[in-house]
Design a binder for this molecule. Structure first.
Ligand code: P6P
Length: 325
């Protein structure tokens, strides 16, 4: 479709092109975009109004919850519970899933999110993002069950992220390619800017926190030695969505491996690694925990962490070979 097509128009066209794509996605994705517009507004004025600083609460991981984290979490919930397509919502910011109240119509999908990833970067004006993942529910009762959320990434029906950077972009897949839309604030619309994104099979960028070098296993240390010898450039923002998005468009590899301190790495499987792995595989890239595709991992806990090696297929394969050796 021509660049500049609105997100809504694109969704309608997709629905027409792929009969299996139900209208439910069109309205659900439209509402996710609405939440993205609201958060874009708040994130872009965070420096101006007193919503920075700590909320005083700790999330399930013992991390200080910034006011904007909580605002993002609540914004997604308030907007999405009206759609009638969800039975439950899980979030990095909530110990347990949110059950769609009886006052609202319920649907057959569950929504999982990191509502504002990289939020420690809010105060220093570095790009941050929302990451989301959608599955068909598996249970049949009046409420969502843990079984609905603990599904392997291969079974996702939709995944995406919104990056709040120099511009606000929404990137998503429903299994029919990866498409990017850029928010035009003057009309409040996401417009098609990157159709059918493909990540180069090999990139010239590697992203890893080299401050953890002393904690790495020998395989990771050897891989980083190799990429330095190869002359790859080091690019590490410390905001997953920003690092992932740059590598998706330009090619490259992001690694947050297991280390001596974090035996399962730092990033979360269900609402960080899995959605990004679905997107990258749809863009012809790879996402792995060093030993198997992220999308094949069967979750055991809602907030479980996983080592993440993700990006250009040849780079991920080379990293896996070092880690396996
Ligand atoms: P480190 C941000 O806190 C985050 O969850 C991701 O966005 C980012 O990739 C990672 O942590 C950075 O972690 O340990 O390198 O600061």
């Amino acid at each position: 479709m021509e660049l500049g097509t609105s997100f809504t128009q694109f969704l309608i066209d997709q629905q027409r092109k792929y009969p299996s794509a139900t209208g439910e996605f069109t309205s659900l994705l439209s509402e996710i975009a609405t939440a993205g517009k609201v958060l874009s507004r708040e994130v872009n004025k965070a420096g101006l109004i007193d919503i920075l600083g700590y909320h005083g609460k700790l999330n399930v991981h013992g991390e200080q919850v910034q006011i904007l984290d909580q605002f993002a979490n609540d914004t997604f919930i308030k907007i999405l519970r009206h759609t009638g397509h969800l039975i439950g919502i899980a979030s990095e910011e909530m110990d347990d899933p949110y059950q769609i109240p009886d006052a609202y119509p319920k649907g057959k999908y569950v929504f999982l999110m990191d509502p504002l990833d990289g939020s420690s970067n809010i105060d220093v004006n570095i790009s941050i993002g929302s990451i989301f993942s959608i599955y068909h529910r598996k249970s049949v009762g009046a409420h969502a069950t843990m079984e609905d959320f603990l599904q392997k990434g291969r079974d996702q029906v939709c995944a995406g992220y919104i990056i709040y950077g120099s511009s606000t972009m929404m990137v998503y897949t429903t299994g029919f390619g990866v498409h990017g839309f850029t928010l035009d604030p003057s009309i409040g619309e996401f417009l098609l800017s990157h159709e059918s994104i493909r990540i180069p099979s090999r990139g010239s960028i590697y992203s890893i926190n080299e401050g953890n070098e002393s904690l790495w296993g020998d395989g990771v240390r050897e891989y980083v030695r190799q990429v330095k010898k190869e002359g790859k450039s080091a690019r590490y923002v410390g905001s997953l969505v920003a690092d992932f998005h740059r590598n998706l468009l330009k090619g490259g590899i992001f690694l947050y491996p297991a280390d001596a301190k974090n035996k399962n790495g730092k990033l979360r499987l269900l609402y960080e690694a899995s959605p990004l792995a679905f997107i990258v595989e749809q863009a012809q890239g790879k996402g792995s925990n060093g030993h198997q595709p992220i999308l094949d991992i069967v979750p055991e806990k809602l907030h479980q962490r996983v080592p993440l090696i993700i990006g250009s297929s040849e780079d991920v394969e080379a990293a896996n070979a070092c880690i396996a050796s």
